[in-house]
Ligand binder design. Sequence first.
Ligand code: PSU
Ligand code: MN
Length: 348
Amino acid sequence: IYRLPRHTLRIPYTPPTRYRHRTYSNTSRLNKPIQISEAVREALVSKTPIVALETAIYTHGFPYPDNVDLAVKVEAAIRESGAVPATIGILDGIARVGFSQPELERLASTAGQNTTIKVSRRDLPFVVGMRHITAYNGGTTITGTMLLAHMAGIKVFATGGLGGVHRGYPNPMDVSADLMELGRTNVAVISAGSKAFLDLENTFEVLETQGVFVGTFGKAGAKVMLPAFYNRESNVISPNILESPRDAAGLTTIPDASHTMGLTSGQLFCNPIPEEFEIPAKDINKAISEAVEKARTKGVFGKDQTPYILNEIKEITKGASLPANIALVLNNARMGAQVAQELVRLEK
Ligand code: PSU
Ligand code: MN
């Protein structure tokens, strides 16, 4: 019998399909605030490698139907690399761990609607609690996705770029909840570093304060810099180097490091964008400065800031930032699948 760790959600036993109608009616399932898909449930029980994926990048990062395209490609990349994808998001007020393709399309098609919410920690109780009144849809940010992945017992999560400290701190005093979530939720996040439009030095300072392990994939002995999303290198040195997915998995396993010592914080594994998709720093930095300035003069703040700036960068670069963004997400998905596989091996 598969037992989940005590802190995680209890997944009700699902009988084989032919008996299912006896135990579960559709309505009782619909009332559950969190639903784990059949595919993910099976993967959890059989200890198949699983990689969690966020949906805020689809609802608040990419336009429809490009977002569907990306969502399908990312899931395919994970399957091809030998793991099961667990896309996480909110559909009709229910937190979903694992989406079917039609469900993914439905969520992605609501991008831009005002009942489609960018869901961070503080938004989760709202969208889920309101489900009997308004069927909100939501894209979960790194924070929202980490929380739900953790509840479901999923340890590896691949994404694009981490939120961080916005430039100009403390004006505005905008620090992404992603940094705090990594400080308190034990999920390994694979990203291409933090967005270059953020204050990277301070972002990594906060992660250090929060007790988050940060490592970058690279060669031991070399001077490895933290990646900066569109670029393989920022000007901040990586505090640790990961030579392989196995290194990364070792930090995440139950018999090892974090768990044995009872550490509850998450890990950030930085995976630089593939070289051929890098955008020259001087080009992207010019676009970034313009976008940040525009957000400031327009008075964009709070949860709208990150999506606004990302969209401006896309406009200013005439879409050139898009292929880079897609390439790094796919690259992280593949790496996530490898880490998840190593994790299963180590935990055997
Ligand atoms: N990176 C992208 N596109 C995005 C985001 C990151 O390329 O849409 C999202 C992620 O979901 C991240 C969130 O968790 O932005 C951070 O938003 P904020 O700064 O408001 O915390
Ligand atoms: Mn913010």
